[in-house]
Ligand binder design. Structure first.
Ligand code: CDP
Ligand code: MG
Length: 690
């Protein structure tokens, strides 16, 4: 790598780029070898597969995928057994081909075949691809259903959906009668929803056979699942499919590196100088703010590097973008430009972004952890697992041989967990408990693959009791309010806000607020124009705190004549606000369907009391040293720099909707409240908050 490389011109990124260059020579591990060692695959078929450029049509392309050779074996196993576990390498055709084998074998004659995905962007793009392979328009033979969007018709035979959507369907239909086969894909992700579905499909199979209803076939697929653990749970054998597609060369940093953002920039521009322009790059980062800030830096550096129009096009991909914006990076870009996609772990499994030949992996992921003493979720960046690292690597070898740069060393990677900790063991189980109770299942009697910890469950039951969603006791029951709350695809704290807002007279305001909160950060910071951005944002500030500030932004956004220009002038993220507007429309529809009144009021006290009715556990008291202590007295935290209260007047008692952990705990999205209100709005807290 060239040490004169233009990065050093920028004082912000002024580090010695040769350091990383030396490190990058590091070790080369071949994915073939890794997979061979780990899963006992053979390499034989890889040589027989023609490179993508030589394949002339999609049909031929799918016939050359490794699973195609195993078609008969897969069908036979499914015919002979009700549950089958299938493991094969990333890119071998599990997600796109297995449903088609089943379709052609007649499994969709009277009911559908469905395939779950952990994320909506995967469900949409894979469904489109399969529709194209079957020369059908999307929504006809092949369709998809994701939160807030259903693209299926009565002709649909293969349906891709998110695990959350299937879980919601199972509340209404425990036997899942719409389906003849359910494929639970990417099982290694172990999302809470997927874990619940494992138990639900098992139960549906039993019930269907008891009632003499045609069998439900269940297929569990992944590239990296713990086949022994799954095998014991489902009482079935695993099927290993041999064969791989394209090799991926893996580069590790030679020494540990503190600042992966720098490492990524250096690596990216090295690739840009040395690799053909049609080799696109996918970069894994942890979250929206990091992605937006790196996107700005790359655009700026790309301009400095070329003495003319830039030849890098940067795309971003994270959960809080609207669907259409998430899908932009899947479209072919101009031929004389390099596509650079900055993504969170939502690009980690299932998806194929055309043209990606290089992956750069930061090695971290942002996750929520649950503190069962306080009942609070904490968001923090943690190391990925080795399984995740290999999934990320796999994104580079989808249409052709690729390369993956890891900004961490081989020995650092050896210390990563081998597979991702199941979400159910670290996340807040409140939503899970409520969803199960809405199906009249008590968590204590549910057949979990891995059961949540007892203390987390007790805390969840208490929290739901406080929200009025359940009556807690030796046998807990869901209340009518809890049933209403379970209809929203939201964390129960947020669904409580929506179900109580009409009573406080501020439904419209709460709908808007919840929508903006679901889109994460709408404020854009700018390295060059920081003062201007701060001034622009100050116009929206409310002395009551961040929630009313966010509401001010949203109210003006929907009134703006030219919203895009208005956002640009005010340093606001247009894409996130559009997402919020869509969410708001959907949540309003659900609320109307549930018979709730959409009223509006300017009474700030009522608005704050409504906030407290959902977030009474997220209250903190000012300490002498200027920090805050959460009401249970367990967690100490500081005001987040993005809050309107940062560096200013600090209220005695606050409510927050997010806690973020970096070197300390930070409270984000804060409003000042009176602690005495708690007794009034949360009846079970007769003596106030602890
Ligand atoms: O699920 P698995 O990782 O085994 O593979 P898949 O998602 O079924 O994809 C198999 C192959 O189809 C990929 O390696 C790509 O070459 C191709 N594909 C694509 O080009 N575009 C898509 N949207 C999906 C798949
Ligand atoms: Mg897949």
């Amino acid at each position: 790598m060239d040490s004169k490389y233009l990065l050093t011109k920028n004082s912000e990124i002024g580090f010695n780029s040769t350091n990383f260059a030396a490190k990058r020579k590091a070790e080369t591990v071949n994915l073939d070898m890794h997979v061979k060692n780990k899963f006992n695959y053979t390499l034989s078929t890889s040589r027989n597969i023609p490179p993508a450029s030589k394949r002339n049509c999609i049909g031929q392309q799918s016939k050359s995928l490794p699973v195609f050779n195993c078609r008969q074996r897969i069908l036979k196993e499914i015919e002979m057994n009700d549950t089958v576990l299938i493991m094969s390498e990333t890119g071998s055709g599990k997600t796109t081909q297995i449903p088609q084998f089943l379709l052609h074998a007649g499994y969709a004659k009277s009911s559908m075949i469905c395939i779950t995905q952990p994320r909506r962007v995967a469900a949409i793009t894979v469904a489109r691809r399969v529709a194209q392979e079957l020369s059908s328009s999307i929504g006809e033979i092949v369709g998809y259903t994701v939160r807030f969007e259903d693209v299926t018709t009565k002709n649909t035979k293969i349906r891709y959906l998110t695990d959350g959507v299937l879980l919601r369907e199972s509340i209404e239909d425990r036997l899942l009668l719409k389906y003849s086969v359910i494929i639970l894909d990417e099982a290694h992700e172990r999302t809470v929803n997927a874990d619940l579905l494992f138990g639900i499909v098992k139960e549906a199979q039993k019930e269907r056979s008891r009632k003499n209803i045609p069998n439900l076939k269940v297929v569990i697929t992944s590239a990296t699942m713990d086949i022994d653990h799954f095998g014991k749970y489902f009482k079935c054998k695993g099927l290993y499919l041999e064969g791989r597609t394209h090799p991926v060369r893996v580069m590790h940093a030679k020494e540990p590196h503190d600042d992966y953002v720098h490492a990524i920039l250096v690596t990216l521009f090295h690739i840009h100088r040395t690799e053909p322009i049609n080799h696109d790059v996918l970069i894994f980062l942890t979250g929206q703010d990091e992605i937006e800030s790196l996107a700005q830096q790359i655009r700026k550096l790309a301009k400095i590097n070329t003495n003319g129009p830039t030849n890098i096009r940067v795309y971003t991909l994270y959960a809080q973008l609207s669907h259409s914006m998430q899908l932009e990076c899947f479209l072919p870009g101009p031929s004389n430009m390099r596509k650079v996609v900055l993504a969170t772990n939502i690009a980690e499994t299932s998806i194929t972004i055309p043209g990606i030949r290089c992956v750069i992996d930061c090695g971290f992921v942002k996750e929520k952890f649950f503190n069962s003493v306080d009942g609070i979720d904490i968001l923090k960046a943690v190391r990925i697992s080795r399984a995740q690292a290999w999934q990320r690597t796999g994104r580079a070898g989808r249409d052709a041989p690729g390369v993956c740069y890891r900004t961490y060393t081989k020995s650092e990677m050896d210390s990563f967990l081998s597979s991702t900790q199941p979400e159910i063991l670290r996340a807040n189980p409140t939503s899970t408990v409520l969803q199960l109770l809405a199906m009249d299942i008590d968590c204590n009697n549910f057949d979990f693959l891995d059961a949540p910890l007892d203390e987390a469950l007790i805390s969840a039951y208490r929290s739901l009791d406080g929200l009025g969603a359940i009556e807690y006791g030796p046998i807990s029951h869901i209340t009518p309010l809890g049933r209403l709350m379970s209809q929203y695809p939201l964390d129960p704290k947020y669904s409580k806000l929506l179900t109580s807002a009409s009573k406080f007279g501020c439904m419209e305001e709460i709908l808007r607020l919840v929508s903006v909160l679901s889109s994460d950060n709408i404020f854009v910071s700018s390295n060059d124009k920081n003062e201007l951005a701060t001034l622009a944002h100050a116009k929206f500030h409310s002395k009551h705190g961040d929630h009313l500030t966010l509401l001010n932004v949203y109210n003006l956004f929907i009134k703006a004549e030219k919203p895009k220009v208005w956002c640009h002038d005010n340093f606001l993220n247009y894409r996130c606000l559009i997402y919020a507007r869509n969410v708001c429309r959907q949540l309003s529809e659900i609320s109307l369907r549930l018979g709730l009144t959409i009223n509006s009021s300017e009474n700030i006290e009522s608005f704050k009391k409504c906030l407290l009715s959902g977030f009474f556990e997220n209250v903190a008291i000012l300490q002498k040293d200027g920090s805050y202590l959460t009401c249970s007295g367990n967690l100490k935290a500081k005001m987040h720099p993005s809050s309107v209260f940062h560096l200013k007047y600090k209220p005695k008692c606050i409510l927050f909707t997010q806690m973020v952990q970096t070197d300390s705990n930070f409270l984000r999205q804060v409003t000042d409240v009176f602690i005495d209100w708690a007794k009034e709005v949360v009846p079970c807290l007769k003596n106030g908050i602890k």
